[in-house]
Design a protein around this ligand. Structure first.
Ligand code: KG4
Ligand code: ZN
Length: 361
């Protein structure tokens, strides 16, 4: 049974064909990142327009790479939320039109659940019970997975998502958008102990996260310690988007950062961000007597996160699973797998399906 997955929740237009909910036959992702880069983040209006332009060619390409026809598709799984509503609508309307015209069953996939099913798309088996850490540009959540289809939220960010913090720090460091993968690479040559950025633990036993203070701490460090003398207090003139210099979070005056300091700042920021993710995830596993942890979402592609989580987990006998990087970031194979599982649990959507910018798992 072939499932066509469609994903348009943010700035990637994606379609995939998955056989029997587990075997990925094609996984096509058209990134719009070049269009958003000069704005330093996703511009929702541009994202919707680009999805409209890409969606049909991307679906055609997914069918062609899987060497099947639309007539062979038995299920359409589409991301219906959470995400940018204008972006989601392009996928949802396309899926509904195809389902109606070809009389194909339709299922609404949840984007966060999709990230967790990235593991399935990678050929791995979702373990139960387990704890899942979903870390992306829009989410930082910890879930307990007692059994298939059941998700208990254990903690989430109270402000910025960790991927958002990566991207904003990337902007402050003058790196190209998205900052996450660039900081990951840059940090490898830096000293993670160079700058003692605050670890945002909130209260000691809380499983919630907070990344906005860490992001601001990086900005103040640059302003006070890196800015040339006399420029420390003049941080309010906008620079024009992507640049080798630094706009403040929000906006601000450019501050050039010497190359030798860049890697240390990146590594120190990353260490602070990741230490908290690892600590809280393993605390959640311990509290719930769970011996398997799943990493999902774009930030799960981060090398230091995978390394530290695996090493620290080993010490407590916990196993860590994550998909390969291409299945951590947004894609439609994970949506097809999650949608198929929902369908098998008896979930179907009708033509009244709408996009939901917020859809708690
Ligand atoms: O899951 P995703 O593709 O989209 C959302 O659902 O948000 O995640 C994108 C986020 C971006 O913030 C990006 O900077 C971050 O994931 N990211 C990374 C890495 N690769 C992607 N962050 C840190 N290290 C990486 N290697
Ligand atoms: Zn995502």
């Amino acid at each position: 049974m072939y499932t066509l997955g469609i994903e348009t929740s943010c700035d990637e237009t994606a379609a995939a064909v998955v056989e029997d909910g587990v075997k990925v036959l094609s996984n096509v992702v058209a990134s719009q990142v070049d269009y958003h880069r000069k704005f330093g983040g996703v511009v929702p209006e541009i994202a919707s327009r680009k999805h409209l332009e890409y969606i049909i060619p991307v679906i055609r390409e997914a069918l062609s790479q899987a060497q099947i026809e639309l007539a062979d598709i038995s299920l359409i799984a589409v991301t219906a939320g959470p995400g940018l509503v204008g972006s989601l609508l392009v996928g949802v309307c396309t899926a509904k039109a195809m389902a109606y015209a070809r009389k194909i069953p339709l299922v609404a996939a949840n984007h966060i659940e999709g990230h967790i099913y990235g593991l399935v798309a990678d050929g791995q088996v979702l373990p139960y019970p387990s704890v899942a850490l979903v870390v992306s540009g829009g989410h930082t959540c910890l879930y307990l997975l007692p059994q298939p289809g059941e998700y208990r939220l254990l903690g989430q960010t109270r402000d910025d998502a960790v991927g958002e913090a990566y991207d904003k720090v990337g902007k402050v460091l003058g790196l190209s958008y998205p900052g996450g993968p660039v900081i990951d690479r840059l940090a490898a040559s830096g000293n993670p102990e160079a700058i003692p950025f605050p670890r945002p633990y909130l209260s000691k036993d809380s499983l919630d996260f907070s990344y906005s203070g860490l992001k601001t701490a990086v900005w103040y460090y640059i302003k006070q310690k890196v800015a040339p003398p006399g420029e420390e207090d003049s941080a309010d003139i906008d620079t024009k988007g992507a640049n080798p210099k630094v706009p403040a979070p929000g906006q601000g005056r450019a501050i050039p950062i010497p190359k030798n300091q860049l890697a240390d700042i990146a590594a120190s920021f990353q260490e602070a961000a990741i230490e908290v993710l690892v600590h809280k995830t393993l605390l959640a596993a311990k509290r719930n007597n769970v011996c398997t942890v799943i990493l999902a979402g774009g930030v799960a592609a981060n090398r230091r996160l995978k390394e530290k989580m695996t090493v620290d987990a080993q010490a407590t006998g916990v196993e860590v699973l994550y998909p390969r990087p291409g299945l951590c970031t947004d894609n439609a194979a994970m949506i097809a797998c999650a949608g198929y599982a929902r369908y098998r649990r008896g979930n179907v959507a009708d033509l009244s399906l709408n996009a939901a910018s917020s859809w708690p798992l």
